[in-house]
Every structure is written in structure tokens, then in C-alpha cells.
Design a protein around this ligand. Structure first.
Ligand SMILES: NC(=O)c1ccc[n+]([C@@H]2O[C@H](COP(=O)([O-])OP(=O)(O)OC[C@H]3O[C@@H](n4cnc5c(N)ncnc54)[C@H](OP(=O)(O)O)[C@@H]3O)[C@@H](O)[C@H]2O)c1
Length: 266
């Protein structure tokens, strides 16, 4: 049996769908707040730990709460004593490189969120696959694609950052690739979509694919003025034989198809 934490989140939902045939116990925050010790449950074979504090800007104001979830929560998950997949982030890097980050590159997080995710990697312990991914999106929850679909339907123009480059990763592809990580030795793996783009390029692709007539005004990160610093460049690639994911454009197609196929609850 696979235990999934954070099962109400966008990745948690994709994992629950992907691993359903094997048998899953998928716990939302209400069912297990991971900052508390584990509830009594049947011992799983593997934990897919998708619960996290993901409010990157909010973490700057509340570093202790972010750490309580991302570090303390991971310690609690590891206390189950079974192998676990810990999902980490491109935000563990400072973004100064101009070629893809590989697993042997040294992390240097610039934000509270990035530091909490890096400390969470250590808290995952020895029996863990650390799966670093980037710019997640899917048919549910808070993500860039859903925000652009909403704004693109309401406005003629949106201002979008054009000086951050990364690989937008579809949660369905990351969930499927998790299956291919499990036979690998424990350790750190970069698992992100193929290709890369800026947020502005991604927004244009969303509007084109969805048939929305909305212009993208390219702005800088400084103009947007968010609380937390973001890496200017955070493309992830694997030098350790991690599964290669489809291109982000394929992820976008699959995500829009999933949105069209069902009326997804908020
Ligand atoms: N989103 C990205 O771009 C991105 C990029 C790289 C890596 N990641 C990592 O990928 C993983 C999944 O992210 P995601 O995009 O699926 O995030 P998400 O949609 O925000 O899902 C996270 C889930 O964790 C839950 N949660 C928060 N605090 C919790 C707690 N104390 N106990 C139990 N559950 C709690 C949230 O519940 P509430 O909604 O009720 O708070 C939410 O359902 C995270 O580890 C994240 O750091 C994300």
C-alpha cells in the first residue's frame, strides 16, 4: 500500500490517481496534519510525501510555520520508518547558472521556502528518494495555468514575468515518473519537464492552446515586486538516470485536456 500525504494538493491528487491500482491511502491535511505525529494506520510500503507549505511569499512572513510543515512534517513522515519519496523544489538553487542544474550542483536557496525545502530533504533521512521538480501545474488547485485561464478570459492583457526561466511540469507526468523513480537507489533526482521557457512564454502558450485572445505584457521580476526572491534560472536535468519527462508543451496539452474532460471542483 502507498501512503500519500497532502492528498488534497495538485500533486497529491495526481499521485492518488496514478497509484490507485496498487492500493493507496491518500490523506488530506484534515486527515493527517504532518506537523503532528502520524495517525495510527496500517504500515505502508512506501510514502509519497506530497504535503508541504507551498505559499512561497507567505513563508517569508512565517518561517517557523513553513519549517514546521516542510521540515518537521518530513521528520514525522520519516518516523514511520518506511521508504519515502520527498518532493523538493528548484528553489533550493540560487538561479545564477545559465545551463541546467544537475544533482551534483550545490544548493543555495535564496528564500525561506527554498531553505525549508532543502532542510526537508535532510529530514527525509537515508531511506528516501528526493525528487526535485519545478513549476508544477495541473487541473486542480492553485497554479499558473489555472490563473492564466481565468485572467485570460477576463482581460485583454496580462503582465507576466519574462526574466525567470524554468521547466513547467505537469503533475500527471511527475506522478507517472514517480513510478520509475522507485526502482532507483535512494538519493536525489531531478525530475522536471523537457524544454524550458519564461513565465511570459508559458502564458502565451496557455492562451494559444486555450484559444484565448489575451496579450502578454512582459515585465521583470522586480516590477512584480513579490516578497520572496525567485531563481532567475532553474531548469533541472538529471545526470543520475532519473526518468525523463515529456516536454512542457505536452504537459500543457494534457492538462487542458484533463480540465476539459471533467468539471473539476476547486
Ligand atoms: N507547486 C510547485 O510549483 C512546486 C515546484 C516544485 C516542487 N514542489 C513540491 O511538490 C510538492 C507538492 O506541491 P503541490 O504543487 O501539489 O502543492 P499544493 O497543491 O499546495 O499541495 C500541497 C498540499 O499540502 C497540504 N498541506 C499543507 N500543510 C499541510 C500539513 N501541515 N499537513 C498536511 N498537509 C498539508 C496542502 O493543504 P492546504 O491546501 O489545505 O494547505 C495541500 O493540499 C510539495 O512538496 C512542493 O514543495 C512544488
Amino acid at each position: 500500500m502507498y501512503l500519500i500525504t497532502g492528498a488534497g494538493g495538485q500533486l497529491g491528487r495526481a499521485l492518488a490517481a496514478e497509484f490507485a491500482p496498487e492500493g493507496v491511502v491518500a490523506l488530506t491535511r484534515e486527515e493527517w496534519d504532518v506537523s503532528l505525529p502520524p495517525p495510527l494506520l496500517e504500515t505502508p510500503e512506501v510514502v509519497l510525501h506530497a504535503a508541504a507549505w507551498t505559499d512561497v511569499d507567505g513563508a517569508e512572513d512565517d518561517p517557523q510555520e513553513a519549517a514546521a510543515v516542510n521540515v518537521g512534517g518530513t521528520t514525522n513522515v520519516a518516523s514511520l520508518g518506511v521508504p519515502l519519496v520527498y518532493y523538493s523544489s528548484d528553489y533550493v538553487f540560487d538561479g545564477r547558472k545559465r545551463e541546467p542544474y544537475v544533482e551534483s550542483d550545490g544548493p543555495n536557496p535564496q528564500s525561506v521556502y527554498g531553505r525549508s525545502k532543502l532542510h526537508g530533504e535532510a529530514a527525509a533521512g537515508e531511506k528516501a528518494w528526493i525528487v526535485r521538480s519545478s513549476w508544477l501545474f495541473g487541473p486542480t488547485g492553485h497554479n499558473f495555468v489555472r490563473t492564466m485561464l481565468r485572467l485570460g478570459a477576463e482581460r485583454d492583457e496580462v503582465a507576466v514575468v519574462d526574466d525567470q526561466r524554468g521547466s513547467p511540469t505537469y503533475v500527471g507526468h511527475l506522478a507517472a515518473a514517480t513510478r520509475d523513480v522507485l526502482p532507483l537507489p535512494f538519493g536525489t533526482y531531478h525530475v522536471a519537464a523537457g524544454g524550458d521557457c519564461t513565465w511570459a512564454e508559458f502564458a502565451e502558450a496557455v492562451f494559444a492552446a486555450a484559444g484565448l485572445d489575451c496579450r502578454v505584457r512582459r515585465i521583470s521580476t522586480a516590477e512584480l515586486g513579490r516578497a520572496a526572491p525567485r531563481p532567475a534560472y532553474s531548469v533541472l536535468r538529471s545526470e543520475r538516470g532519473a526518468p525523463a519527462l515529456p516536454h512542457w508543451r505536452e504537459g500543457l496539452r494534457d492538462c487542458l485536456a484533463a480540465i476539459r474532460a471533467v468539471a473539476v471542483p476547486e
